[in-house]
Ligand binder design. Structure first.
Ligand code: HSE
Length: 341
């Protein structure tokens, strides 16, 4: 008991931290495992050292009730990685999480959870690790840097990872850029969508993707939105994943006819994402096209207009001593004004 109190005083300083993290779309078509963009859809985590001496989880949000509520939980394990790397000992935690990001739909929910836990744990002990330290840890955990980079740094992130070190450059999203996502009602595990990919690729297809991905990065960096329709094309992963998502081929082929700047599979899917000029007069037609196309295939899908999110995690550090008045309020009650769905 005594040592627990001493640990808290020394490392977590009676803090509770709340972190808000953006969702992300990965690949942006040709940039498989290397391009990502943060989106204006969020998850929140709260973390503190446990006041009872036992680890406690509180989950809020669709599908989260099934998550493990013991020390096998990803959030707990990720937090412990931070403490280990920083050389501190905070074994018992209180963790609450609320998310508006649908699970297993290609909007980076797992990357968001990893970033949320890394940033919260780091803030809890006074932020000894740098953002780059967190990026390296997150990339190793996720296995690719695109979603985690976007959620950690905000905006558009161009990243490369060789299994050892991840490097990235960030692009500020153009102010006119908006997105429309069509989120199918069914889940698609990233693992399954990665298994659909071939292990070898023809040189012509590799060259095709290098050209498109490079052009896309230049177009996004230079605000040349008219180039997106030529650049947002892919022969590396989308054609192999299309059979898993009814309606995908038609949407990717025809979205520009309905005013989209370009369209792509969001991450590993099944969500489809259209990039749109925020001032476009055809937004309603585009939304109808996406909904009708999925419905024709018997797929229920929710459409959502999302902006790029320019910033990474927002961190609030509070002291338990100052929080007694809100002890009975849940995390969703505390963030009510910020929720999207
Ligand atoms: N780049 C990853 C993929 C994103 O396409 O599999 C999904 O997590």
């Amino acid at each position: 008991m005594e040592s627990r109190v001493a640990t808290r005083t020394k490392f977590t300083d009676n803090r509770r931290v709340r972190v808000k993290v953006p969702a992300s779309t990965a690949n942006l078509g040709p940039g498989f495992d290397s391009l990502g963009m943060a989106l204006s859809l969020y998850a929140w985590i709260e973390m503190s050292e446990s006041r009872t001496g036992e680890t406690v989880f509180r989950f809020y949000g669709d599908g989260m009730e099934g998550l493990p509520a013991d020390k096998s939980n990803l959030l707990y394990k990720v937090a412990q990685l931070v403490f280990d790397q920083a050389g501190v000992n905070v074994p018992e935690l209180e963790i609450a999480m609320y998310s508006d990001i649908p699970l297993a739909r290609g909007l980076g929910s797992s990357a968001t959870a990893i970033i949320a836990a890394l940033v919260a744990a780091n803030a809890l002990i006074g932020s000894p690790l740098s953002d780059d330290d967190l990026f390296q840890l997150a990339t190793k955990l996720e296995g690719h840097p695109d979603n985690v980079g976007a959620s950690l740094f905000g905006g558009i992130v161009v990243a490369a990872w060789d299994g050892e070190a991840a490097h990235y450059a960030r692009i500020e999203p153009n102010a006119k850029l908006e997105t429309l996502v069509a989120i199918p009602a069914f889940e698609l595990a990233t693992e399954k969508a990665r298994h659909a990919l071939p292990s070898q690729l023809a040189m012509a297809d590799a060259v095709y993707n290098v050209g498109r991905s490079s052009l896309l990065v230049a177009a996004l960096a230079g605000g040349e939105l008219g180039l997106i329709r030529h650049a947002m094309k892919d022969r590396l992963h989308q054609p192999y994943r299309a059979p898993l998502i009814p309606g995908m081929t038609e949407i990717l082929e025809r979205a520009t006819e309905f005013g989209a700047l370009g369209s792509a599979l969001s991450g590993a899917g099944p969500t489809l994402i259209a990039f749109v000029d925020a001032d476009s007069p055809s937004k309603a037609e585009l939304e109808k096209f996406l909904q009708d196309t999925m419905r024709k295939e018997g797929i229920e899908a929710e459409t959502l207009w999302l902006g790029p999110c320019s910033s990474g995690p927002k961190v609030l550090v509070e002291k338990w001593d100052d929080l007694s008045a809100e002890a009975d309020r849940t995390l969703p009650e505390r963030i009510k004004g910020e929720l999207a769905l």
